[in-house]
Design a protein around this ligand. Structure first.
Ligand SMILES: C[S@@+](CC[C@H](N)C(=O)[O-])C[C@H]1O[C@@H](n2cnc3c(N)ncnc32)[C@H](O)[C@@H]1O
Length: 195
């Protein structure tokens, strides 16, 4: 999906719901922050000015739009083409990692979580918003049935990923989980466990 189409398709959801979550998630960011799958930069307006932001995304058309948005906001951010499974950064080099609506799509989420753990400083914060597999078994079955088709339409997006379990089993201490839309969307705040 091209960046312009993505932004148009997401516009109603942003206006009705997501913008509040973004403000909440990103508004408290501080220090050196890595945003995974930054997309068209929809979170950019909500970052505090003093954040040192680095954003990665494998899709150049999305990054181009994120760069345009960064300039329009008069911000500075380092935006690079890279996958969450292979972020080209030193270990323990970020205070915070943020991801919104990304772990539904990454090809190898376990590897991406390992990398989040690697690049975060011990005790560093990992915050994400994600749509996930619902607990209701009928709803989850519908998600399973729709996912093969949806993956084709929406650039590999899975409707049925249990992202919270993946966070919990990959070296993070979950501090809070907020659920929205009957558990379809979660907001997670987790700390990197120190070895
Ligand atoms: C649904 S969009 C979300 C974009 C943005 N985070 C937002 O909140 O609007 C998913 C994004 O994840 C990116 N993406 C897909 N695979 C990825 C990967 N392996 N690593 C990092 N980003 C990825 C896509 O290019 C796209 O920009």
């Amino acid at each position: 999906m091209h960046a312009a189409i993505y932004d148009i398709a997401m516009w109603p959801v942003e206006k009705l719901f997501l913008h509040r979550l973004r403000r909440q998630l990103v508004g408290g960011a501080c220090g050196r922050v890595l945003e995974l799958g930054i997309g068209t930069g929809t979170n950019l307006p909500y970052y505090p000015d003093d954040v040192k932001l680095v954003g990665i995304d494998p899709d150049e058309s999305f990054l181009e739009e994120a760069r345009r948005r960064t300039a329009a906001l008069g911000r500075s951010a380092m935006l690079l083409a890279a996958h969450a499974e292979e972020p080209p950064f030193a270990e323990r080099s970020f205070d915070m990692v943020i991801a919104t609506l990304v772990f539904c799509t990454v090809a190898d989420p376990k590897q991406a979580f390992r990398e989040v753990h690697r690049v975060l400083k011990p005790g560093g914060l990992f915050k994400l918003v994600e749509h996930v597999r619902v607990r209701n078994s009928v709803g989850a079955r519908v998600q399973d049935l729709l996912t093969p088709l949806w993956k084709h339409i929406a650039n590999g997006c899975h409707l049925n990923r249990d992202t919270l379990s993946l966070v919990q089993s990959n070296g993070f201490l979950v501090e809070s989980v907020r659920e929205y839309l009957r558990g379809l969307v979660i907001e997670v705040k987790a700390h990197r466990r120190s070895e």
